[in-house]
Design a protein around this ligand. Structure first.
Ligand code: TMP
Length: 237
């Protein structure tokens, strides 16, 4: 049973339920970029992202990765476990794109021999600065043991996701993960969708993710629909 809203982020709203161990995440059509400075709405964005996320969470669960996903309660709403969110954005990079090409002398489209993991402190106030293990521990956001576990899980997810996307003719240059704690375990939280991944069409190289909005590269809803057609064809049947 959906109760009052407890939090509204840039793309999702979280509601309490009558069970304190479960929440409802509503995927909205709103879009932001550049720390919320650029804002818009895209028709059906919430629907496609919710369905894509659900499918990916189910795939990861089937591979033994614990996620907060329980079940869909509507087309755009998922029932999730209540977790204690770890205030770190975990970015995994396979091919150079985005901020790494602006901050370092690395050419866009460079394929990294080994995936690169970057940890950012999730804080709008401080502009999500990069973290290392020592800073994370000093800030009290995670322990060394948790940082190690997060790294291992993120690399495992990367392997599974690269393969998964490859099967539907998508390259996965990079993506962002968030984790939480539940019963002493690290649990994958948030979402995995066109908002949180870079996805390039294998044949054309075109962006099929939020870069379309960030850099005004075309019709975002159409691209997200195409990704949904490849990942969750059953919703179009
Ligand atoms: P970046 O190149 O802008 O640092 O983004 C790296 C990846 O992380 C990219 O797939 C988009 C994703 N991302 C988010 O999901 N949320 C964010 O707030 C940012 C900055 C990036």
């Amino acid at each position: 049973m959906k109760e009052e809203q407890i939090y509204s982020g840039k793309a999702k709203t979280i509601y309490r339920t009558d069970d304190p161990s479960k929440l409802i995440a509503h995927f909205r059509n709103s879009l932001t970029a550049f720390d919320g400075k650029k804002k818009s709405e895209a028709p059906n964005k919430g629907y496609y992202n919710a369905q894509i996320s659900k499918k990916i969470f189910e795939m990861l669960e089937s591979e033994g990765i614990r996620t907060h996903f329980i079940e869909m309660v509507s087309d755009t709403e998922m029932l999730i476990d209540t977790v204690e969110i770890i205030k770190i954005e975990v970015i995994v990079r396979n091919i150079a794109a985005g901020s790494i090409t602006r901050k370092y002398p690395i050419e866009e489209k460079t394929h990294f021999k080994d995936p690169i993991i970057v940890f950012d402190f999730k804080s709008d106030e401080y502009g999500d600065p990069m973290l290392n293990d020592d800073i994370a521990v000093a800030l009290g956001v995670a322990t060394y043991d948790e940082m190690e576990k997060i790294r291992t899980i993120a690399l495992r997810i990367n392997k599974l996701l690269v393969e998964y996307m490859n099967k539907v003719d998508l390259l996965l240059p990079d993506f962002k993960l968030e984790f939480g704690r539940k019963d002493g375990e690290i649990v994958l939280a948030d979402e995995i969708s066109c908002d949180t991944c870079r996805l390039w069409d294998k044949k054309t190289g075109q962006s099929m993710d939020k870069d379309i909005f960030r850099f005004d590269k075309g019709d975002l809803s159409k691209a997200y629909e195409e990704v949904a057609r490849r990942i969750v064809p059953e919703i179009f049947a």
